[in-house]
Design a protein around this ligand. Sequence first.
Ligand code: NAD
Ligand code: ZN
Length: 392
Amino acid sequence: MKAVCWWGKGKVRVVDVPDPKILNPRDAIVRVTLTAICGSDLHLYDGYVPTMMKGDILGHEFMGEVVEVGSEVKNLRAGDRVIVPFPIACGGCFFCKEKMWAACDNTNPNAWMVEALMGFSGAGMYGYSHMYGGYAGGQAEYVRVPFADVNPTKIENGIPDEKVVFLTDILPTGYMAAENCGIQPGDTVAVWGCGPVGQFAILSSWMLGAARVIAIDRVPERLRLAQRDGRTEILNYEEAGDVFEALKELTGGRGPDRCIDAVGMEGHGHTVDAVLDRVKQAMKLTFDRAHSLRQAIHCCRKGGTVSIPGVYAGFIDKVPFGTAFGKGLTLKMGQTHVHNYTRMLLEKIERGELDPSYIITHRVRLDDAPQMYETFRDKENDCIKVVMNPAA
Ligand code: NAD
Ligand code: ZN
């Protein structure tokens, strides 16, 4: 089959590889009908996540048709259409029972690698390095889905792929980011980053009852997309100058009640901390450029919440922890427990209340992946979200 493979920093190739096979009785094989490139894939592409190996198949946002199931998968059969959440959960461990699927204790066979760095490991993930299990990803014609009796959700009623594919990651991620804010009536939510995750965090903040939402980025078409609902306010940080002062002004001197960092480890900025991060990251002295995280903590009002869906990987310095303490902030973060949100969000899509496909700007073939990774990273061509159809 054809698959999109990591080939080193800044290099992606489409390669012919062996078809996946059922390895365990709880596996299924899925023929991928739609897959997407995620901002998280850029962290791999840019070489900031350790333990990637040349030839690893990328992709954790994918859906398709079941073609084969192992003997213990009773809930699915060949021909079923499914979406597959990016964290692989076993369904039986302490964390799965507590509905913390992304913290599953059983699905990362290389947990020791993460434990060496972080003490404990989260769940295995598709196409996301050997330290997260070395699972082949879904930017391919076929993919092996482990624990298929637990993870996939069936899609019925012929809803188009484009409307449901983001249930695998970014739509629940935006939703959990907003939910983690604990939004109260009257709250102002500020969202750093208007990539796909930021867009869905904005959407979800409105769904959860925000009174105002302020979107921060510098890419004009992304800010425009955030504004399409006619009520999200925007702040172009390159034009605004001092984001702290701008947010203070917009909130009557108090600061936003809830702050969402939907940027993560490749934050951009011109201030001293941002320049230092860039140098240290280039010298491999740090994994993360945490400018937006520092800014969110600094800008948040006293007693507010900073929710962090953006991915961070390592030991970050100059994070104003004393500020977080001094203001009594609540910080919430982490990989999304996707499974908790799929049913509820799917029902909204089925009822026609929600159509997440509005963020798609590029519809391409797997063969276009090398160019599309570059285009998405560089935000060329007004690129906001790329979906790939392996059959095209
Ligand atoms: P993206 O790269 O498309 O978007 C990031 C956006 O942040 C860009 O529009 C960029 O211009 C903007 N940005 C950069 N520096 C900024 C700054 N200082 N202030 C404001 N905006 C700034 O990525 P995405 O797909 O939207 O993903 C965003 C983050 O969410 C990534 O770190 C990704 O890994 C993470 N993510 C996390 C989960 C999870 O489970 N928690 C799931 C999916 C993605
Ligand atoms: Zn993703």
